[in-house]
Design a protein around this ligand. Structure first.
Ligand code: ADP
Ligand code: MG
Length: 349
């Protein structure tokens, strides 16, 4: 990690104490979110997205790895050290009520956030709050209201205004649109993009909603059981996913799938495994539609842990057989037969 701007994560590892011992919820995650751009982080529930967000802002301790903001490294394992990031990195959650004091008006909440980091007199603070309300698309009339007098969408806008009051370098949005109606969601996403264009912050947009992710993200990273398994520019990832898990995720949203309908056999069977005892080799292999339980010649998947590798594509994918993820399962079988045939059968056919 050098003198980049925005957010850089290098081999970030986070452990929780589980009932049966430590659980590695985030396992050597490296990710780059340049200033003024958005990386969407997707993955099933329990894949470690929130743990990663919390560790970056210092709410959970780092077990290993480094975090840098604006080229400055915050490598300390101690959470307190990274809380020194203070205004640099702001986190907004799904549930805005938890971030807002129910007894404070909107004006007071935002002014408090702005005042905590920036020395401003009363009049400047009021001016700043009014400006922020306008920027997040709330009318000035909201300023005097209490949280319970606002809708979910309005509350989330207040939470965003509060986070942006300190002019952060990085905004982490963890499922912030998940509790909102579709139309409210789209409006908030547009606002976020506008704000980013104006303010230039780097954004890590965490969501299991691929439609929302597509709306705001330049790049998408797919997380599975604590690991990033695929990273690519948003449209590359959506149009030609390399990793079988990404394909499975996309197939659950037919509207996003280029062919209109999911590819055969792509949905992963069963629940994600317990991160307390991840599978050997590729941690997706027991559920993989083109893995060792479904296809011959895939033993390596159960043995060797694939590293994220560009493999000459505009993607980085942690899969031993990423090329076969691009074709339907029956086709994958025939490709494999050809490969095996080429190696074993006598020539002449
Ligand atoms: P996501 O946000 O992707 O749903 P989380 O980061 O919340 O995933 O959880 C990742 C894993 O870490 C899960 O297995 C979860 O049970 C575990 N986990 C999360 N928070 C804690 C905690 N405070 N203590 C113990 N285990 C936790
Ligand atoms: Mg979460």
């Amino acid at each position: 990690m050098t003198t980049g701007s925005g957010l850089e994560l290098d081999e970030v590892t986070v452990r929780h104490d589980g009932p049966l011992g430590p659980v590695t919820a985030v396992d050597r995650v490296s990710l780059d979110v340049p200033a003024g751009t958005t990386v969407g982080l997707v993955g099933e529930s329990g894949s470690g997205k929130s743990t990663l967000a919390r560790a970056v802002v210092g709410l959970d301790p780092l077990y290993g790895g480094r975090v840098a903001v604006g080229g400055r490294e915050y490598g300390g394992r101690r959470a307190a050290e990274r809380r020194g990031l203070g205004r640099q990195v702001q986190l907004v959650f799904q549930d805005p009520e938890t971030a807002l004091d129910p007894r404070m008006t909107v004006q007071q909440s935002i002014a408090e956030a702005a005042g905590a980091f920036v020395r401003l007199d009363r009049r400047d603070r009021a001016r700043r709050v009014a400006g922020l309300l306008e920027q997040v698309g709330l009318d000035a009339g909201c300023a005097g209201r209490l949280p319970r007098q606002l809708s979910g969408g309005q509350l989330q806008r207040v939470a965003v205004a509060r986070a942006l009051a300190v002019d952060p370098a990085v905004l982490i949005a963890d499922e912030i649109t998940s509790a909102l109606d579709v139309s409210v969601r789209a409006a908030l996403l547009s606002t976020l993009r506008d704000l980013q264009r104006r303010m230039g912050f780097a954004m890590l947009f965490i969501s299991h909603d691929l439609t929302a992710v597509r709306h705001v993200s330049d790049t998408v990273a797919v997380m599975y059981l604590g690991r990033i398994v695929e990273t690519a520019a948003t449209e590359h990832l959506l149009q030609g996913p390399c990793h079988p898990y990404t394909r499975a995720l996309l197939s659950a949203v037919p509207r996003l799938h280029p062919g209109g309908s999911p590819p055969d056999g792509a949905l992963p069977a069963g629940e994600p495994p317990d991160p307390a005892s991840p599978p050997t080799g590729c941690r997706f292999h027991p559920r993989c539609p083109v893995g060792p339980d479904r296809l011959p010649g895939r033993d390596v998947c159960a043995v060797r842990d694939p590293q994220e590798d560009s493999g000459g594509r505009p993607h980085r994918a942690a899969c031993h057989f990423p090329h076969l993820a691009d074709v339907r399962l029956p086709q994958a079988r025939s490709v494999l037969r050809e490969e095996n045939g080429a190696a074993t059968a006598p020539s002449g056919g």
